[in-house]
Ligand binder design. Structure first.
Ligand code: ZN
Length: 283
């Protein structure tokens, strides 16, 4: 039994300190990005079928947009540096830097030893949602991705479901790069949960989801800071209002579009360099 000490109240009352004050991060020049975006032209468009994933490439300095079409749908996004798959999206550090849910101006950071912005969120039609009465918000970096291992674990070891986001992303990456599935799988990583509405319950601290507020026409748009390979899965959970990891939920496609700015539109901007730490680790 844990017995509260006499000064338990005083210990709990200590004010929290932000671990990583974001004011010390170099801020993206959103005004410059927006001017470039206003003149950009579409160079690619692909439709992600329900319960499937597709890959797409975005050169540094270009833009990509993920749009809800036909019905409310959540998407699971993976990003890699196009020229080196070992540099990939680091959801944990992104969460530490920007919080549990990403909004306009937040960056998607890459893994060590690179730790540089991969993409910057430029526009979000769900920015109005904020944090609801349950503590829920959209576009989280807390939920990893739905996967067949956890589904199997929670369903008594016999359950085999093949269209979780983890498997969808694995097949998409394997097809795009010509990799066997067991190799492609090792590159799939924790996602940005696009449009998903999630939080932690106040009483037990458990991860929860609720029906996404996304509607057809809503979109989330990004500026690519480095050359990117992306993969997006249209989650089998659909709007994630009830269940995932099965064919039970109503699912809809998602649209991914890529846009190129005209030459010279990003004057003064350069792709970020890898992190400046010398990697000697004290030796
Ligand atoms: Zn999923």
């Amino acid at each position: 039994m844990s017995v509260p000490p006499d000064d338990a109240g005083a210990r709990r009352a200590v004010a929290p300190v932000i671990c990583y004050p974001s004011e010390s991060l170099q801020q993206p020049d959103l005004a410059l990005y927006r001017r470039a975006r206003a003149q950009a032209v579409q160079t690619a468009a692909l439709r992600i079928p329900p319960r499937a994933a597709c890959c797409f490439e975005v050169p540094a300095g270009h833009f990509f947009r993920i749009t809800s079409v036909e019905g409310p749908q959540v998407g699971d996004l993976n990003l890699w540096y196009l020229h080196d798959l070992s540099e990939r999206f680091y959801s944990g550090k992104t969460r530490a830097l920007h919080g549990s849910h990403l909004g306009i101006g937040a960056r998607m950071w890459s893994t060590f030893p690179h730790l540089r912005p991969m993409a910057t969120i430029l526009d979000d039609t769900l920015a109005w949602y904020g944090i609801d009465e349950h503590g829920g918000a959209v576009h989280d970096v807390i939920g990893t991705r739905c996967d067949p291992y956890t589904a199997n674990l929670l369903s008594g070891r016999q359950y085999q479901y093949h269209h979780c986001c983890h498997s969808n992303l694995t097949r998409a990456l394997g097809d795009h790069l010509g990799l066997p599935l067991h190799v492609a799988e090792t590159h799939v990583h924790d996602v940005l949960n696009v449009f998903m509405c999630t939080g932690f319950t106040r009483d037990t601290g458990q991860y929860f989801m609720k029906a996404s507020p996304v509607r057809p026409g809503d979109y989330l748009e990004f500026f690519a800071e480095i050359d990117l390979l992306g993969a997006l899965s249209a989650c089998p959970g659909g709007d994630c209002s009830a269940v995932h990891s099965s064919d039970a939920a109503a699912c809809h496609p998602l649209l991914v579009e890529v846009f190129a700015p005209p030459e010279g539109a990003l004057q003064g901007w350069e792709p970020p360099l890898p992190n400046g730490y010398d990697r000697s680790h004290g030796r």
